[in-house]
Each structure stands twice: as structure tokens, then as C-alpha cells.
Design a protein around this ligand. Structure first.
Ligand SMILES: C[S@@+](CC[C@H](N)C(=O)[O-])C[C@H]1O[C@@H](n2cnc3c(N)ncnc32)[C@H](O)[C@@H]1O
Length: 224
């Protein structure tokens, strides 16, 4: 997809200088784990694992994704994060946990999703995306109709999209966008379903900071 709005960063724009160990991992480990820079991505060629394919979009420091990958060694993970310090932190977690079933892209998730084949993903996480709380900035939010069309294309029928935010307006925005989308249905049956995280959730770094205006809201959608 080359027609989306340019990526705007909500948090820090300039990267902090990488610590020597992280800079070393960017040179030594990232080339082995990075997705090809262009062309269609063939998930079957990505890692020794052959199980389900999980996407994590905007993984921040990667602690959630690495914990999930460590707990499910047969599952393949693709993580995407434009912030270079996040990628460097994730590499450190990958090395420490010695996980083998993960590939990374340092860039925009919309570019990666556009290069994935139809019906290839079993699960997608969008955890605490940049909130862009001001109304005039809502168009910068990741959750937009065009992106959902692409996500629906790459997700298998029955695949799950898991979204969390601690900004009430972003939760309402996402519910509105997803419930009007013909390919997604909200899975909630009662209030407890959106007030508590799904089983097996691992806290993210952003989640622990409690920077939003409400308690986390957990939204699960199934792709029809
Ligand atoms: C508020 S942080 C949350 C990070 C992490 N999920 C967590 O919960 O700790 C949002 C992240 O989304 C990333 N992000 C923003 N736009 C993105 C895009 N188009 N594709 C992938 N990641 C994006 C940002 O760089 C940032 O790291």
C-alpha cells in the first residue's frame, strides 16, 4: 500500500542514542531477523516454526511479543515498529529469551500488511496505539477504514484482532470503525469482556505507564 498518509510519530521523534549493546545487536542480530525490504512477504519462509502467524503492530519495546513468542515456540510472529529504540530494545529481549520464531520490521505496519498474502494471519495485536487524542489529529490514528480493509484481507476467516487502549475516545473510535466494517464482528458478550484483558495477556511497557484517561479497554474482533 503506497497511498496511505505518511507516518507521524506521536511520542519522541528523535531516537535516543543506542546503548553499545543495543547498537551491536542492530548490526549483528537484526539482519537475520528483518523482513525483506520489498516484495511480497512469504510467511512460510520466515522462521523454522510452521504454526499460526501472529502480527504485532507497534510493539514498542517488544516485551509483550517476545513473551508471547517464548510461550508459543511453534507459532510465527511478525512484529512491526518504526521507533528504532523500540526495535533495539526488542532485540535485547529476543537475545535474552533466545526466541527463534520472530521476524521484525523497523518501519510502518501499513507497508508490511500491504505485502502479506491474503488470508495469512491467524491473530493480530494492536496494543495501546498512539492515541492522537485531539479531534483534528484523529486522522493520524492507525485504526482507519483503509487499514482495516487491508487487515481483513490478510487475516484468515475466524482470525482475531486484539486491540487495547487507555484512551476512552480511541476505544469508542475503534468500536465504531470495526462494528461498521463488513468483515469484523465485536466478540464481547458482557462488560467483563472489555474491562479485562484476554487470557495470557502480558503487560506492555506503555500499559504500565497509565498515561491515558481511563482504565485499559480490551476489544476483541473476529474476522468473518
Ligand atoms: C503508545 S506506543 C505503545 C507501544 C506498545 N504497544 C506498548 O503497549 O508498550 C505506540 C507504538 O506504535 C508505534 N507506531 C505508530 N505508528 C505505527 C505504524 N504505522 N506502524 C507500526 N507501529 C506504529 C509507535 O512507534 C509506538 O511505539
Amino acid at each position: 500500500m503506497d497511498d496511505h498518509r505518511p507516518l507521524r510519530t506521536f511520542g519522541r521523534i528523535k531516537a535516543r542514542t543506542l546503548k553499545p549493546r543495543q547498537a551491536g545487536l542492530m548490526e549483528s542480530l537484526l539482519p537475520h531477523l528483518a523482513l525483506p525490504e520489498e516484495g511480497e512477504i512469504d510467511p512460510t519462509e520466515l522462521s523454522p516454526a510452521v504454526g499460526p502467524l501472529v502480527l504485532e503492530i507497534g510493539f514498542g519495546g517488544g516485551e509483550h511479543m517476545v513473551a508471547q513468542a517464548g510461550a508459543a515456540p511453534g507459532t510465527r510472529f511478525i512484529g512491526v515498529e518504526p521507533f528504532i529504540n523500540g526495535v533495539a530494545s526488542c532485540l535485547r529481549h529476543i537475545e535474552e529469551a533466545n526466541v527463534q520464531n520472530m521476524r521484525l520490521h523497523n518501519g510502518d505496519a501499513r507497508d508490511v500488511v500491504a505485502r502479506l498474502p491474503d488470508g495469512s494471519a491467524d491473530l493480530a495485536y494492536v496494543l495501546f496505539p498512539d492515541p492522537w487524542p485531539k479531534a483534528r489529529h484523529h486522522k493520524r490514528r492507525l485504526i482507519q477504514a483503509e487499514f482495516l480493509d487491508e487487515l481483513a484481507r490478510v487475516m484468515k476467516p475466524g482470525a482475531e484482532l486484539r486491540f487495547a487502549t487507555d484512551w476512552a475516545n480511541y476505544a469508542a473510535w475503534t468500536l465504531e470503525q470495526l462494528t461498521r466494517h463488513p468483515r469484523f464482528s465485536w466478540m464481547a458478550e458482557n462488560a467483563a469482556d472489555w474491562r479485562s484483558a484476554w487470557p495470557g495477556h502480558v503487560q506492555t511497557r506503555y500499559e504500565t505507564k497509565k498515561l491515558g484517561d481511563c482504565a485499559p479497554i480490551w476489544l476483541r474482533f473476529v474476522r468473518a
